[in-house]
Design a protein around this ligand. Structure first.
Ligand code: MCU
Length: 418
């Protein structure tokens, strides 16, 4: 039987209190990295409007604000994350809309149906929840980008939520720009690229899980997100833009995901056949059209993807890459994530950062060498609440990468943030 719908209605100035369903506590706290949070919560420094000085042959300093001040505390870090989110949205990803005016959800069989009203329009989409553990729970779940099962093995005790991300924003080459339900709500010329639109969709799934917890048995505070390749780019961006994601698991996301633009450009100058910013915007609509202005001069960007990953810190992340895939940036993901890791280091959270690069497997077929002591440790510890699930401080590649020096590319100091 169809369960009764639950509705979250964001407080509107004109809405009387009696019609407002109070949002769950978790969503009433302004998330630090979403654009639905105030641009400058509290006492954060204002974000200068310009690009700032170019940064060449190194990655931008996570611990210096765009305006020049130093990040010296955890509360500074929260401000810096809000700033980085804003800069990424401005120059690369496009704008992430804030919380919609209403989200309604119902659960029937294994289908969670979600209706979103915003901007005077309405859309509906649904996700399937498979592998729900027996027992009342609540149980953790992993949102998988794509309609089929996850490319990685989801262990028992964890449900899988199949998210048809292409339904929210198409990714069928340049001519698919502005197609999908996100653009039905916000207009086909909205600045958001597909990655941002998908992150918005993930947020709506979590809104719906918060509303239907009694029916689904899924714990909205223990939600992981995964996807492989282009959908791995989606997973890392969702983890970055949605602070309610408890575990981010991007698989072989490569260029535009765990890779850094500057490192790919440098690899290309060394004659390597790696996907770079100039090529990626011609292949597909993952990024905002705003990004086109910068793809020929990525040194101008006040960020790179180590800072995209840093929006997740100190939440847990486990990044899987393939050492055989030069096109996907075997060096650019190694370097980018090796430097991203310093943000977890500054926060005393190295046990929540994993980067693992192995080979011998074809693209998106999960290698068993990453399963027992790595993936299962992350899922066990951070979704199944098993503190003894294993070591989750991982940084490894089966290749030496002697041509790339992590410290030369990150000459800035790493503070201890308290
Ligand atoms: C790794 O993601 C992409 C890559 O960016 C593209 O250049 C390539 O065409 O496709 C990859 C992918 O999504 O493979 C399924």
């Amino acid at each position: 039987p169809v369960q009764p719908s639950s509705t979250y209605v964001a407080p509107q100035p004109s809405t009387t209190l009696s019609t407002v369903v109070v949002p769950p506590a978790s969503s009433s706290v302004a998330p630090p990295v979403s654009s639905s949070a105030p641009v400058n919560p509290g006492t954060c420094p204002s974000v200068p409007s310009g690009l700032g000085s170019p940064v060449s042959n190194q990655l931008n300093d996570p611990f210096t604000f765009h305006g020049g001040g130093k990040v010296t505390s955890k509360s500074d870090w929260t401000c810096r994350q809000a700033e980085i989110s804003q800069l990424l949205q401005r120059y690369e990803l496009g704008t992430l809309p804030g919380k919609p005016s209403s989200v309604t959800a119902s659960f029937s069989g294994s289908t969670l149906s979600i209706t979103v009203n915003d901007n005077g329009k309405s859309i509906s989409f649904s996700v399937s929840i498979s592998g729900r553990p027996s027992g009342s729970g609540p149980h953790p779940a992993i949102i998988n980008f794509g309609t089929l099962g996850a490319s990685l093995p989801v262990p028992a005790g964890v449900a899988t939520i199949g998210f048809n991300n292409d339904d929210i924003a198409a990714q069928q080459g340049g001519s698919s720009r502005g197609q999908g339900k996100f653009y039905t709500l916000y207009g086909s010329s909205h600045s958001a690229g597909a990655l941002t639109a998908w992150a918005w969709g993930v947020s709506r799934i979590i809104d719906a899980l918060e509303l239907t917890q009694a029916q689904t048995g899924i714990d909205p505070k223990r939600i992981g997100v995964t996807g492989c390749s282009r959908n791995g780019k989606g997973a890392i961006v969702a983890g970055a833009l949605e602070p309610r994601i408890a575990l981010t698991l991007p698989q072989e996301s490569g260029a535009g995901g765990a890779g850094c633009w500057r490192i790919a450009t440098w690899q290309k100058s060394q004659g390597q056949n790696v996907q770079d910013s100039t090529q990626i915007v011609q292949e597909n609509v993952w990024f905002s059209p705003n990004f086109n202005t910068y793809v020929n001069n990525v040194n101008q960007l006040p960020f790179d993807h180590h800072l995209l990953a840093g929006l997740i810190a100190p939440r847990p992340v486990y990044i899987m890459e393939n050492v055989d895939m030069e096109w996907l940036g075997k060096v650019s993901t190694y370097g980018c994530m090796g430097i991203a890791r310093k943000q977890w280091q500054a926060l005393g959270a190295l046990d929540k950062f994993g980067y693992s690069q192995v080979g011998g497997n074809s693209h998106c077929s999960f290698p068993s060498s990453q399963q027992g002591s790595e993936l299962n440790a992350f899922i066990g510890k951070f979704l199944l609440n098993n503190a003894n699930a294993g070591n989750t401080n991982i940084f490894r590649s089966t290749q030496t990468h002697s041509s790339f020096n992590l410290d030369n590319w990150s000459p800035w100091a790493v503070p201890t943030l308290n």
